[in-house]
Design a protein around this ligand. Sequence first.
Ligand code: ADP
Ligand code: ZN
Length: 808
Amino acid sequence: MGQGRWVEGSAMEQRPLWDEPTADDAEEASTRGSIPLRTLGARRRRELSQPEQAATVAFAVSEHPPVLASVAVARPVRGEFTYSVPEALLGNLAPGQRVLVPFGRGTALGFYLGPSTVTLGEKVRLKPIQRVLEDSPSLPKDLIALLRFAAEHYRYPLGEVIRGALPPGLSKPVDGKEAQPDVQQFAVALVNEVPAALARAHAQSAALAYLLAVGGSAPLEEVSHAIPGARAHLKSLATKGLVRIEEKKLEAGVKEGLIQGRPDRLTPEQAAAGEQLRGALDAGAFQPFLLHGVTGSGKTEVYLRAAEHALSLGKSSLILVPEIALTPQLVGRFRSRFGAEVAVLHSALKDRERLFHWQALRRGEVKIAVGVRSAVFAPVENLGLIVVDEEHDPSFKQDDSLRYQARDLAVVRGKQASAVVVLGSATPALETLENVKRGRYRLLELKRRVDDRPMPTIELVDLRQERPREGIVTEEAPILSPPLLQAMEETLAKGQQVILFLNRRGHSTVLLCEVCGLSLKCTSCDVCLTHHRSQNRVVCHYCGLTMPVPERCLECTGPILKLGIGTERVEAEVVERIPNARVARLDRDSATSAERLTELLASFARRELDVLVGTQMVAKGHDFPGVTLVCVVMADTSLAIPDFRAAERTFHLLTQVAGRAGRGKDPGRVLVQTYNPDAEPVKRVLAHDFDGFAQQELEWRKALAYPPFARMASIRLEGEHPEQVASVARHLGNLVSRNMPPASAGVRLLGPAVAPIAKIRGKTRWQLLLKGPTHVALAPLLARVETALADVPSAVKVVLDVDPGAML
Ligand code: ADP
Ligand code: ZN
């Protein structure tokens, strides 16, 4: 563990995120003024850190005390600002409205939050709000509460948080215009599958495949986002009679699309879960649930029924998924069940479309939103249900600007909106499980697969025994061991499909000099270069640097060994060993565009491919009934990562990928190749023992005081000059140490230390980690650090990350 561990810290009672005292309690003083932000240059930071600079200015005092307004300003400054309300605007202000306010030497976009409660000294004079930019507020009330929480919790300026949540059309200081709900063009599929005649027209078949995958009908714009150029392809398809283009106004209540696949009967477990959810929805109060359902247990149907019930109560639903492009099936099921009542909020939406969805949701015309992480901020009105599918997925954590965890915010939002929250997964995060244990979340379980299909059998292949000559390290075990090859051949002979999983891209992942042992590293990052044979180059996976493959060691001219396997090499191996199999690869190198990605998934679903080799992209929620064999080429790759979540992540990945096997009528089989058969996650996956893994891992986390038994925040530094970064890191380290609360408070500082990846893109990286029993215990220290940032040279970038995800 690269972080160092501190063994101490008992399980202190922590409050759930939504129930914690606000950071205000702990750092009242610091949020008053405008605390400078790390993203600014030092000079600018000092400028802005003059307290109340923006709000204080001379103007004639009238006899009536001015009405005071609290405003978040869309500038990188912390805190809320107090402005006066000019008489003309009295009575015209509603919380959530966008306003124009004087700020610094100019004007700025602001958001009116409500009357200000600040008590002002006698002589304080305020600047007035200049203008109101819209009649009805862009931000609904409950969303303001969520954004406020996010700004405080993740320590980001409220105005910037709000601006980031708004669609671009509303995030500039101009008068609000209604997005034109002009006619939208829909493509409707007239066939149920891609005809063989299209086999050569790749782009057209990809467009049609996408359409079918999302339920048979979608706005042209959406298909074009997924597949560039799709508009033209769909029109060609229309001339061939395979697709119909329709124009319609996107309005609530317009049902369209193929009404498909609403099963008549639920499994008993689905029915029981559904009943609980209906009860909770009827009660109309906040209630979080964990829906823990094994892979293939039909969790989506439970979400769909809950959303149906919410709709019958006149309430809206918000469904969060990790990635739309990888889960067209889920979107398709919602589309085909609810038609145009579904807004699909993906990251590639055009500005105009984002604005259109925002306003439609805001007006309550669209009652179901399916979206990625950022959709947690969608202005869904009258929210009854929030679903977070695959809640364990690391992509719910945002890794830049506002570093939020969308799953956590979903629960906070549910609490604020008195909504029912369903977190669904086959492999719930330990944080979520602990919340169940403490009685905060109610547990709903689906222990059996739909139709009582058996779980796949999972077998181990010990690679240590498969080495050609025992004990010779450079002689690696075969990539496809004899048992694995045999299983593949048997499966293919039955006309069934195979998934091969390895979480590393490229051909060889380590190039090593046979003589001096030096490995080939990137010149600007502290990582090894990966050999990509298809490009005939070596590539850095962090900065993208590529260069020709060196023939000899750059230091001693010794011959170079290519070690470590990636997906490209696995694919080549399959082609060589099983020449008649139709093989494709799914990773970021092969799925270069959303078009390629959709095409690959669709063509595997149509069974035009026999074997799919891929990274974690193959482990997502895919439902391919033809897959009866899943092979994990090497289970060890993610075990050694210096992150306290490495074991959990390995367990999740292995369980998820195993869950792709045997989802159809034929039973599934999983083979796991590993050099570490005794590793805990590997053993537990083999035994289908989620509970055992979770219990053991939770004990470990408790003993070492890691989440969920502690709260963490990281302070990351990076800069061009190693010495400068180190000195700032030490400076901040000393600052934190000097301000440490008494030991009894249980707060610990780990570091400052060089980050596990010491350099990326030529920038040296350091980090400090804070652990403590509650967020509130950490807040004063983080506030101290923030204040100190004004004096940090601008060449060193410092980032605070509350509840960090990856530790690299
Ligand atoms: P999970 O997300 O739990 O892995 P899915 O929601 O993808 O599982 O469901 C697995 C498969 O079972 C899907 O093809 C789905 O259409 C089907 N299914 C779900 N519920 C039922 C049911 N009650 N009857 C028949 N098929 C169902
Ligand atoms: Zn690099």
